[in-house]
Design a protein around this ligand. Structure first.
Ligand code: HEM
Ligand code: HEM
Length: 124
């Protein structure tokens, strides 16, 4: 699962900097919030999750780890899509922002619980 997280993270990186370049070229920074979160929650955070899940398999091989993976990867794109519309003044997808951001926050809680519960000091 660590590797899957890292591979998906690189896709967010590509989209994130692509959006940054578009924003520069178009002289339109309206989507800065989407750009910032795609880069930080998509690329940086997911790359970190990937490294953690890879180096500490005890985090990956349990229900909390799997729930975290799916909650994060389902909520973030929906959140970003809704936020993109919202930042351009279109509120028709506001529900995606509300549901997406809350599910993302829940996924963070699941991650924290997983770390505290299953990350143990290796004494071997
Ligand atoms: C080719 C690469 C990139 C380009 C062209 C680019 C472009 C931009 C632009 C145009 C803005 C809006 C600035 C403003 O209106 O004040 C911005 C903001 C931001 N970018 Fe990027 N960016 C790039 C890569 C990244 C990466 C890799 C990250 C994070 C890992 C990142 C994180 C951010 C953040 C956090 C903000 C918001 C800053 C604030 O709150 O003032 N960017 N970027
Ligand atoms: C449930 C998750 C999150 C929600 C609902 C959320 C929401 C927000 C909101 C409402 C803003 C203010 C935007 C504005 O004033 O236009 C913001 C800004 C920001 N957030 Fe988050 N955030 C979340 C997670 C994160 C995480 C995990 C990071 C970093 C790893 C992050 C980094 C930033 C940065 C750098 C800014 C300033 C750039 C900007 O104004 O767009 N956020 N966030």
């Amino acid at each position: 699962m660590g590797i899957r997280f890292i591979k998906l993270a690189t896709i967010y990186f590509l989209i994130g900097i692509g959006l940054g370049i578009f924003m520069e070229m178009a002289h339109d920074h309206a989507l800065m919030g989407v750009h910032a979160h795609i880069n930080l929650v998509g690329w940086v955070s997911m790359a970190l999750f990937g490294l953690l899940y890879h180096y500490f398999p005890q985090l990956a091989n349990n229900k909390l780890g799997k729930a975290h993976f799916w909650l994060h990867n389902l909520s973030l794109p929906l959140f970003m899509l809704g936020l993109g519309f919202l930042l351009y003044g279109n509120e028709s997808l506001l529900l995606l922002v509300i549901v997406g951001s809350n599910v993302l926050a829940i996924s963070v809680i699941v991650f924290v619980v997983n770390v505290f519960k299953n990350l143990k000091v290796d004494t071997s």
